[in-house]
Design a protein. Structure first.
Length: 478
């Protein structure tokens, strides 16, 4: 039988099933460069076009589109797009004068709100020119069904080099199917994959040491998961998501977070979540909605990708659900509360338990996954917001000789989750992307202000003095 292409996992397919025209589910990145990259002897768009064209073999998924299984009896598959047109996916744009951050993010917010065309490979890259100081930006978006936002497998990253004149060695891409499979081959392949999933999940549940940890602490883990069904507080961050987006950005030195965590014996993630809690408190205070003892439930995506899966596409992600204190309190009290919460979640093995439950749901027929996707998330009451923290490369990167200055992650909105905060570290800084519903959160800048003020408050409370020359980091809004 001819080779049948890869099938989406149940988790991959979930991001297709839950997508709405006004709530596209793609992950994105905004990259700002010092100067204009020059690749293959060509500057700007022409060079990037040529370089991506030559390196597509490293990520064959980017030449593939979705194909449905007859009668909806299985999840969609990836097949080679015979009409693949790179010029459709790689686009050029120029900002209006003066080309500042406001103009850039107004444009990116509009791009981020547009869904990808499911009849084509699910990605787009925009080369954005006209920025002040001769800088250039790349905005790249990929459907969540292809990547999990944590693995870092973005088409733009195959262009990155560690030296200004360096070239990353190309990896040989696997051979793609020469022709789409027939209906019979699709059905047969789906049946084999379904049986294999059951065997694999059972084997892993019994033999995986991490799964044994979940089984050994099962009572604690299941109690933790059961807590998710407690309603989260109602508030201004949980409003129906519309068709338009608003974006805020901030850049904060990673050393600031490390100094705070060292002073109070925590982790960088503790500092990140405490800063988020400070930002939410500031926002609620401005809205007149802050009150003592208020706790917001936050979903924090966690990668369960093992080292052998590091450079693979698809979703290998689960989540933990943390209760963050957003009422009035001192910065130290807030940090210690977050630290205890995260330590308790680690002890409860909540992430591993959730991963096992996700694996078990893969046994359900694809038709049930589609029906579940049709149930709107607009009425969910279990989560207040999403916070994603992804460690990155702590060294300068280059594309065609142009140094990458800033790298901001951007995630999607869905249901009534009108705010997502994502942070990624790069070359000694934490780059924050705050994505909000344009109509529901017209004052999104208050959250960015609260984030910056939160770091100031944490440093003062920890007795950390910062020199005037210490970089506070850029902040922008749109």
């Amino acid at each position: 039988m001819p080779c049948v292409p890869d099938r989406l996992t149940s988790l991959d397919a979930t991001f297709l099933n839950f997508e709405r025209p006004t709530a596209p589910l793609h992950v994105a990145g905004l990259y700002i460069f010092e100067g204009t990259p020059e690749l293959e002897g060509r500057p700007g768009l022409a060079g990037i076009f040529k370089a991506i064209e030559e390196r597509l073999a490293e990520v064959p998924r980017y030449r593939q589109r979705l194909a449905g299984v007859p009668l909806g009896l299985g999840h969609p598959l990836w097949i080679e797009d015979p009409d693949f047109d790179l010029s459709y996916h790689l686009r050029r744009a120029a900002l209006p004068s003066p080309g500042g951050r406001k103009e850039l993010l107004e444009y990116v917010a509009r791009l981020h709100a547009r869904p990808l065309d499911r009849t084509r490979p699910l990605w787009e890259v925009y080369v954005i020119e006209g920025l002040a100081d001769g800088r250039m930006a790349l905005y790249s978006k990929v459907h969540h069904a292809m990547v999990d936002g944590i693995s870092g497998i973005d088409l733009v990253t195959i262009l990155f080099d560690f030296e200004a004149k360096g070239r990353t060695p190309r990896r040989k891409g696997r051979r793609l199917p020469e022709a789409p499979p027939s209906r019979a081959e699709l059905l047969a392949g789906t049946a084999l994959d379904f049986a294999g999933d059951i065997v694999s999940t059972v084997r892993k549940t019994v033999t995986d040491p991490r799964a044994l940890l979940v089984n050994a602490a099962g009572a604690v883990a299941m109690r933790t998961l059961a807590q998710l069904f407690r309603p989260a507080p109602e508030g201004p961050l949980n409003v129906p998501v519309g068709a338009h987006r608003r974006i805020e950005l901030a850049a904060i030195s990673l050393d600031r977070a490390k100094a705070i965590k060292d002073r109070w014996s925590g982790t960088v993630n503790d500092v990140v979540l405490t800063a988020v809690a400070e930002a939410v408190h500031h926002f609620l205070k401005q809205r007149g909605a802050a009150r003592p003892g208020l706790v917001y439930r936050v979903m924090v995506p966690v990668s369960v990708r093992d080292p052998s899966q590091r450079m693979t596409l698809g979703n290998r992600v689960t989540a933990i659900f943390a209760d963050l204190p957003v009422g009035p309190m001192t910065p130290r009290q807030r940090f210690l509360s977050v630290h205890r919460e995260m330590a308790g979640l680690k002890e409860s093995h909540q992430a591993l338990a959730a991963d096992r439950l996700i694996a078990i749901t893969s046994w359900a027929p694809a038709t049930l996954h589609v029906l579940a996707g049709r149930l709107s998330l607009s009425g969910q009451r279990f989560i207040n917001l999403v916070v994603s923290n992804v460690p990155g490369v702590q060294a300068p990167l280059y594309v065609g000789g142009a140094r990458l200055l800033e790298a901001y992650p951007l995630l999607p909105l869905a249901g009534n989750l009108a705010l997502v905060i994502c942070v990624s570290s790069y070359n000694g800084s934490l780059y924050w992307g705050l994505i909000g519903d344009r109509d529901g959160l017209p004052d999104l800048e208050k959250l960015r202000e609260g984030l910056e003020l939160g770091f100031d408050r944490l440093e003062r409370a920890a007795g950390i003095r910062r020199s005037r020359k210490a970089a506070r980091g850029r902040a922008s809004s749109a």
